[in-house]
Design a protein around this ligand. Structure first.
Ligand SMILES: [Zn+2]
Length: 113
């Protein structure tokens, strides 16, 4: 369970953040996950309650925002949605591309007091 270890590392991050800032209660965290990230939001959401049980984040709500995957065509320069176009440029059909967005995985926001 790849996602379980991810939640564990998030808990560690939040714990040290809260210690540093003398906070005791974390109400909510917002994660941003790219469509091409190797983290599956649904799995993460599913294992979250088990992973945070008994930790500082036991009562913390989890919100996940997905980031659309974008690619830039190396042939004609077109920017397009990677998944919708199955990785091929909609203009010139080239599959030579650079992923410009969609591999992200980070904590966007922490609401704590
Ligand atoms: Zn193109």
């Amino acid at each position: 369970m790849h996602e379980l270890s991810i939640v564990t590392s998030i808990v560690d991050t939040i714990e040290s953040y809260m210690k540093e800032n003398s906070l005791t209660e974390c109400e909510e965290i917002v994660l941003q996950i790219g469509e091409l990230s190797d983290v599956i939001p649904e799995y993460l959401q599913a294992c979250y309650p088990i992973a945070v049980e008994g930790t500082i984040m036991e009562n913390t709500a989890l919100k996940i925002e997905k980031i659309t995957a974008l690619a830039k065509c190396k042939n004609c320069g077109e920017e397009y949605r990677y998944i919708e176009n199955k990785g091929a440029c909609p203009k010139c059909k080239s599959i030579k591309r650079e992923i410009t967005q969609g591999k992200e995985f980070f904590i966007k926001q922490i609401t704590a007091r």
